[in-house]
Write a protein that binds this ligand. Sequence first.
Ligand code: HEM
Length: 316
Amino acid sequence: MDKSSLDPVLLEQLKKLQQKYAVMGQDLSSYLDGLLHADYLTYWDYIHLDTLLSLQNPKTQFPDEKVFIVYHQITELYFNLVLWEIEQIAAKEKLEEKFFVERLTRIVRYFQMLENSFSVMVDGMEKDQFLKFRMSLLPASGFQSAQYRIIEICSTDLINLVHVEFREAMMEYSDIEQQIEHLYWRSGATELASGKKTLTLQQFEEKYKKNFKETGMKYRDRNLRKIYLRHFPESHEVIKRLREFDELANVLWPLAHMRSAGRYLQRDPDNIKATGGTNWQKYLPPRFQKIMFFPELWNDQEKEEWGKAAIIKALQ
Ligand code: HEM
């Protein structure tokens, strides 16, 4: 081949590129000029490393506050991946079992990572430091994680997120407005002393309530539970994954999380101040909240003893 002539494969690629740009009325040659001047992509630019590492801004001088911030950020990134998988499932036109199972497996894997790593919080900070820097963060709380709430809303029907006391009575109504008013976590965020909504809850709702309602409407007919019941009610693989997800999201992760509250906050009323004054001992245990995304996948005894088996296993 003549050294000055272009490789036929390259020529073919150029032809295709020219066609691609012509469709949009664009001149390929100008874009090739741009390519000539463009820098090579680097790892650090691609993942925005500098930006990423500029997002940890402790409020105090205590070194362990960095651990606290970074671990929350890691968790939010995993929550984001969970939502990413759910969105793809919900958007799929012809959803096949294989695709559904694969995405559910990924979701389970993300939650396993979160459950397994929670020791970074439970054992990875000095208690004295935590109790001090935590006071500088009030009234902020992981309670205000909007992605966590959106995962819940996209996973099941809102009725399953209604506080257990009202759930049965509200079964007959399918009014989203009413259900949103009675979500289990709203009743959790009440001040011990006054019985009023905590500031943590007030601010959270001010920012996100509209978004939660819209997500509830959008996912009314395409949350994971609806998709499972409509398309794969008999699939063992789907059922297996959904049970794993339900247990991870509503028992195992909450228990791992609760261990951190147990380690740092205990039952000392002074320490309770560090949470914005909520009665977290009554609120956090899965056995009180009884949140299940897929209640039809658990028998009466499993429902009755929700969260109990995991605690016994953890104590063994
Ligand atoms: C030392 C670490 C932690 C402690 C002591 C702790 C403590 C608490 C407490 C006491 C509550 C109850 C609500 C309140 O009173 O504010 C709560 C709720 C919550 N926290 Fe944490 N937390 C820790 C780490 C985390 C992390 C890393 C995340 C990840 C995003 C997180 C996410 C949440 C969520 C989603 C709730 C609401 C749970 C629900 O509604 O069932 N927390 N936390």
